[in-house]
Design a protein around this ligand. Structure first.
Ligand code: SF4
Ligand code: SF4
Ligand code: SF4
Ligand code: FES
Length: 455
């Protein structure tokens, strides 16, 4: 056996796990799922809910498997009658103070409490206890908090501290009155919450839900379409939740290497409205007599081609400039700079670095380790494909791959591949483009996916 490995038996199957592994995790290696509510592989463990209890030979009580380390020769049973009975009792105790609003609950389909109650045949609680009657918190635009459904697993608290690095929420009060709240038991809207929604992503029940998805479909009817966020250079992956061809919201996708379930307010809560904004252009518009008139693509492209030919014939290729976008793919940006250089014959190509969300993210979510245990530093380029825009040659002085236009040997590689000659002088940078437009010698611009007036 390898050094540092521990051999144990779970439900009659032998397994080896590194020292320090918890029984729940070792069971997972064997494909044995131990039910859990407060445990999450991406968070620290607290052993709070006791649903993950197991039987271990030589131990009198039923220990929580998420906080019990494997030891050599350990014999574990995850499904004895005593274990199952105890888990049922845990669920019954939770239901004793739970509204069981499953018929209308937004999380049904993804709720772990409902899942385990179903699996263990727990339909109602035999315990006739007092119930909370908290008001639902709906006064912020992003997160609905229904603390009547909270099972006090603490995942949201740990997600806020360990994933977001904010520590906005914690347990308040004691005993039956314990509840999760920001400091001073204020609503989130009066706290320093940055509405990243990471607490929502980690909440296993309907206590926290995404406001924008309310009443837009049961979870099992919302198709998941994995995609990459277009807002900044971090490149987070998430699931668009789609119903009837329309994006109704965004939820975290745990199976991605970049960000796990962590997202920021823009990706999680801004994407849907960005996609379906009525301000997005969905058809070409041609300005006639000062008015923008909808047109077909054929008409619009014919007009653009005709006018660009006229302008560059009369004034030369440098009367044209191309302003690329940092939100496009590498392939699109490459084609765009090739169009400027190979079709028009100018190096007047640049991209526009718009205001940096990465800086905001750093400032908001990361602080020095001296201040916050889970913090660190990160280098983020933004917007989302600023790096690609430079790499692909949307630069007035360089072709793709940072091949300088004023070097013949660099130029000739592209001249050979494209079958054209490329000018050897650097073109206009973005600020120079606007100076020359004001002076009147820049007559036409092709602006890709940016609004320099706003930016
Ligand atoms: S949180 Fe879960 S158990 Fe509670 S009402 Fe919603 S679906 Fe039902
Ligand atoms: S939204 Fe983000 S910052 Fe606000 S409480 Fe939840 S995890 Fe913390
Ligand atoms: S709000 Fe959700 S995640 Fe937070 S303690 Fe309650 S049930 Fe757990
Ligand atoms: S999952 Fe182990 S105690 Fe909650």
């Amino acid at each position: 056996m390898e050094v540092g490995l521990v051999k144990l038996t779970i439900d009659g199957n032998e397994v080896q796990a590194p020292k320090g592994t918890m029984v729940l995790e070792a069971a997972e290696q064997l494909g044995i799922h131990i039910p859990r509510l407060c445990y999450d592989p991406d968070l620290s463990t607290v052993g709070a809910c006791r649903l993950c209890i197991v039987e271990i030979e030589g131990i009198r009580n039923l220990p929580a498997s998420c906080v019990t380390e494997v030891t050599e020769g350990m014999v574990v049973r995850t499904d004895t009658p005593a274990v199952i009975e105890a888990r049922k009792t845990v669920l019954e105790l939770l239901l004793a103070n739970h509204p069981v609003d499953c018929l209308t609950c937004e999380k049904l389909g993804e709720c772990l409490l409902a899942k385990y109650c179903y699996e263990y045949g727990v339909f109602k609680s035999p315990f006739d206890g007092e119930k909370h009657h908290y008001e639902m918190e709906t006064d912020n635009p992003f997160i609905v908090r229904d603390m009547n459904k909270c099972i006090l697993c603490g995942r949201c608290i740990r997600a806020c501290a360990e994933i977001t690095g904010k520590n906005i929420i914690d347990f308040s009060y004691r005993g039956f009155n314990t509840r999760v709240a920001p400091f001073g038991d204020t609503p989130l809207s009066e706290s320093e919450c940055i509405y990243c929604g990471n607490c929502v992503a980690f909440c296993p029940v309907g206590a926290l839900s995404e406001k924008q998805m309310l009443n837009l479909g049961r979870r099992w009817n919302l198709k998941k379409v994995k995609t990459t966020c277009t807002f900044c250079g971090t490149g987070c992956t998430f699931d668009l939740r789609v119903k009837d061809g329309k994006v109704v919201g965004v939820t975290s996708n745990p199976d991605n290497a970049v960000n796990g379930r962590a997202l920021c307010i823009r990706g999680r809560f801004g994407t849907r409205d960005f996609i379906h904004s009525d301000k997005r252009l969905t058809t070409p518009l041609i300005r006639r007599d000062g008015k923008l008139i909808p047109a077909t693509w054929d008409d619009a492209l014919d007009l653009v081609a005709e006018r660009l030919k006229e302008i560059t014939k009369q004034n030369g290729p440098n009367s044209f400039a191309a302003l690329s976008s940092t939100r496009f793919t590498n392939e699109e940006i490459y084609l765009f700079q090739k169009f400027a250089r190979a079709v028009i014959g100018t190096n007047n190509i640049n991209h526009y670095p718009s205001p940096c969300h990465g800086a905001m993210y750093r400032e908001d979510t990361l602080c020095s380790e001296a201040v916050c245990e889970f913090a660190g530093t990160a280098t983020l380029r933004c917007p989302n494909n600023l790096q690609g825009a430079s790499d692909m040659g949307a630069l007035s002085g360089s072709l793709a791959g940072y091949q300088r236009v004023d070097r013949q040997e660099a130029r000739s590689k592209y001249e050979e591949a494209w079958g054209v000659s490329i000018p050897g002088e650097a073109g206009l940078t973005v600020s120079e483009m606007f100076e020359h437009a004001n002076q009147g010698d820049l007559k036409a611009m092709y602006i890709l996916g940016e609004n320099p007036v706003l930016s």
